[in-house]
Design a binder for this molecule. Structure first.
Ligand SMILES: Nc1ncnc2c1ncn2[C@@H]1O[C@H](COP(=O)(O)OP(=O)(O)O)[C@@H](O)[C@H]1O
Ligand SMILES: N[C@@H](CCOP(=O)(O)O)C(=O)O
Length: 291
């Protein structure tokens, strides 16, 4: 038997659509695997009632197939599905690490990114790696084609998750098909600023580098209260706020000293908009852990 904890992740960070991601120190999924003749799945935990146990429909089934590693797989969900916090990626990454160890396949964490991304294809239609890369490798990750670059950053964050479900598949449908050269130049400037901020562990640069005008405004429309929550977080000391992944979670960057105030300002603003929410006071952290 092998047991792995894989963390929630926040993809995009505004300016890095389908490229940037960070591992959070919480919440997380825990996956246990045991060798079997065929793959079976048992789900428990947050939102598990909405997740199919059929291996053809659960991300970990695709990961087991990709590694040719049939197993009985128990998933304890800590990351709510359709959250914008890489729920499916946490299970995919944990299963990839656990099955790789169980069957002694010998793949490196970098090599497992493509394996875990096969799970993402099951739910979003595309094998995007911007959540599975940080879930496997930790830190701030830049996923570009087959290559992933990592920065071992440590930046305080608040991830505020409202009681709204937005599926990644639906949120991909609202992404504009084109952008003006002016917006592209703006995004490049932001992405470069954010990357430098991660290298320097500088929350001001990271926050300012989240600004993006093409994908984020389209996705913000799907999140009741988004503008008010963003304003409230900035007023409470956040250095940048954006949609986490495909939403509905909203991610704020801040200094350690402001994190508690930012968290309660975001929950209060969602509440004023009539939406219950939960704020995770977290930080850029480590990837999957094999116990
Ligand atoms: N092991 C799993 N964990 C979470 N979601 C899963 C899993 N397997 C399949 N799914 C499906 O994936 C979808 C959630 O994934 P996604 O929309 O990407 O959420 P998130 O934004 O949190 O990553 C749901 O439809 C869920 O049923
Ligand atoms: N780049 C993807 C990321 C989706 O993240 P999730 O946590 O919402 O699954 C996208 O923006 O569609």
């Amino acid at each position: 038997m092998q047991t792995v904890r894989a963390p929630a992740t926040s993809a995009n960070l505004g300016s890095g659509f389908d490229v940037f991601g960070v591992a959070l120190d919480r919440p997380a999924d825990v996956v246990r695997v045991e060798k079997a003749d065929r793959t079976t799945i048992e789900m428990r935990g947050v939102g598990s009632q909405y997740i199919p146990e059929d291996p053809d429909k659960n991300v970990v089934g695709a990961v087991a197939d990709a590694l040719d590693a049939p197993a009985h797989i128990e998933i304890d969900k800590g990351v709510r599905p359709s959250s914008g916090l890489g729920s499916s990626a946490a299970s995919s990454a944990a299963a990839a690490v656990a099955l790789n160890a169980l069957y002694d396949r010998g793949y490196s964490r970098q090599e497992l990114v493509a394996v875990a991304a096969e799970g993402e294809a099951v739910v979003s239609g595309e094998a995007h790696a911007d959540n599975v890369a940080p879930a496997l490798l930790g830190g701030f990750t830049v996923a570009r084609g087959d290559a992933v670059t990592t920065v071992d950053a440590s930046i305080p964050l608040v991830a505020c998750l409202p009681e709204i479900a937005v599926s990644t598949r639906d949120a991909r449908r609202v992404v504009p098909e084109s952008a003006s050269m002016e917006d592209i130049v703006h995004t490049i400037g932001s992405a470069a600023t954010l990357s430098v901020g991660m290298c320097r562990n500088d929350p001001a640069l990271v926050g300012s580098g989240m600004d993006e005008r093409v994908v984020t405004p389209a996705r913000a429309e799907l999140i009741t209260g988004y503008d008010a929550v963003r304003e409230a977080a900035l007023d409470a000391g956040a250095t940048g706020v954006t949609v986490s992944g495909a939403g509905p979670a909203v991610i704020a960057v801040c200094r350690e000293s402001a994190r508690r105030d930012v968290a309660s300002a975001m929950v209060d603003a969602f509440s004023t908009a009539g939406v219950e929410s939960r704020a995770y006071q977290t930080r850029v952290s480590e990837g999957a852990t094999l116990y």
